[in-house]
Design a protein around this ligand. Sequence first.
Ligand code: FAD
Ligand code: SF4
Ligand code: SF4
Length: 605
Amino acid sequence: MNDGMSSIKDILSPFTAWKNLFKEPVTIKDPLRERPGAPRYRGFHKNDVNACIGCGTCESICENEAIDMVPVEGFNPKDGDSGLRPSIDYGRCCWCALCVDVCTTGSLTLSNEYTWVDTDSDNFRFIPGIDRKSWENNEPGWKKPGNGYELYDLERVKMEHLGPEQRDESFIEIIQGFSKEQAEKEADRCVECGICTATCPAHMGIPEYIKAIRNNDLEEGLRILYETNPLPEICGRICTHKCESVCSLNHRGEPISIRWLKRYIADQNPAEKYKEILETDTVNKNGKKVAIIGSGPSGLSAAYYLSKMGYEVEIFEKLPQAGGMMRFGIPEYRLPYDQLDKDINYILSLGVKIHYNITVGKDITLDKMGKEFDAVFAGTGLHLGRSTRVEGADHPHVYQAIELLRKITLEEEIHVAEKIVVIGGGNVAMDITRSLARLQKQKYGKVQVIATSLEVEEQMPADREEVVEAREEGATIFPGWAPQRIEIRDGKITGLHVVQCLSLFDAEGKFNPQCNLDNARFFEGDMVVESIGQGMDLSYISEDIKEDLEMGPRGRIKVNDYFQTSVPWLFMGGDTIQGPDVIHGIANGHKAALGIDKYLFGDKN
Ligand SMILES: Cc1cc2nc3c(=O)[nH]c(=O)nc-3n(C[C@H](O)[C@H](O)[C@H](O)COP(=O)(O)OP(=O)(O)OC[C@H]3O[C@@H](n4cnc5c(N)ncnc54)[C@H](O)[C@@H]3O)c2cc1C
Ligand code: SF4
Ligand code: SF4
């Protein structure tokens, strides 16, 4: 509606605006004059490049493709860091701050600086934290809201496991495995950065198989596992999980339970369906024969990939069952035999033959194998025990850990004393300590086993959970003591004399333990077990072949990238070359299979 007053105002208004005629427009002045943004203003990016690990999660989330991961001088790829850093393109950025919300390390933030005048449009692409900017030390800006706001869960889904009272007398499996709901919840936490893949010795497609869990496509998950690892039930239980130690979620929360998720996929796929899922029903033979010495992870992995490529594969194994240290070292409460067999039987179902109870070098010579087969892969592991050689170590009730573990698997009767002292602080020492604790509980109704290591507790090489669980099962751990002498009275062991160990290495980093002789202790026991490492037995290699073998450092045989020795038909892998763990053996066996194929058929395959 119109009245008289408003019509006069309408007439005068244009004239009042003339008073601004000679004023500079605000739009020109404002980009040029300093005016701080509000504290929570979403301004230009900042990145703490030393905290950033180059995981690229920020790049993946950016809907506008405003982020590119780029190499930066001084940041080289290493475990847990891709060496790349995010570069931002302000021609694309809409300041949504999703990249900040998702940043796994919390290194990426936004300043509240919003003015940037430049005539060169290329300058609006820059690497925060590297290309120095005036807002580098600008504190206010966009931060994640408080109250625990996170785009993803920082805590892992808890794994069900048997309590000490349920497990201390038996060898039944401790870890129970994920349900579907738990596995999917845990898989949801994965940001798919792939930092883990780079670190895994077998370079498994970890984000891809975790995604298969999210998609509830476990057959696809199994196919992804077998691309790089033919022992997923095994690795899903006992892998040293180097992937988890570099998981980008580790930086602010708990790493993804990658190992248990792998196990979930393998557990859910029934063995009878493997051939159909993995399409290994019919493999065409290529007419070549490969011999493998040892049925440990490296030998089995080489056998799997070779037989998939059409090779006829025969394994020669000195023990009566397959699996190497996976069966004859790792106790069943960590790796049950039926799960070990599930992986091994599938490999054998591809036509791989195993000759059991055949020791190469004794029952058949390596020279003969070299002539009868087109190539040989040797994965013979570390099976010689090492002794402390302290006084009394030659007593018949002083044992080597691996000898006892082998006998437990073979169900041979072993001497289980009422009081036992184990020397060693590694995982093998914990395995024998915990196995003996179970046997003591069965025999005497109580546990009296002491494990003592040179290393102080923080430096013990055993996994933390192994030490904790050993204590829960009744073992006593005394770290930081050096064995001096085994006390023997009337032909019987009564215990171990130790002194305090002050340090293990000298200034040059050489193993040279220093002890305080004034601080001594006596650990009572009528049986002593030594678990201080293992050595390799290469006596199966004849002098003729040894002459042609090039040696590397630390008495190891030199191999090329394909684990081929300087004797062209002889390939070697696993603990004798690299490790010691199962996943290195698997990776070596796979690479050696590819190397053997290359050696026999050139690059055409
Ligand atoms: C107690 C214990 C616990 C372990 N726990 C873990 C763990 O939790 N996670 C992990 O990743 N790793 C673990 N390891 C290490 C892991 O088992 C080894 O790194 C791995 O098995 C090595 O694989 P490999 O293929 O080199 O040979 P091995 O597994 O050692 O197998 C070698 C095979 O070769 C056979 N052999 C040797 N010489 C001859 C010959 N002349 N003729 C015929 N056959 C022969 C042996 O009988 C054996 O079967 C553990 C080891 C031990 C001892
Ligand atoms: S603020 Fe949003 S648009 Fe800008 S780089 Fe980050 S995610 Fe991409
Ligand atoms: S998400 Fe964070 S840690 Fe990962 S690359 Fe981006 S800035 Fe770096």
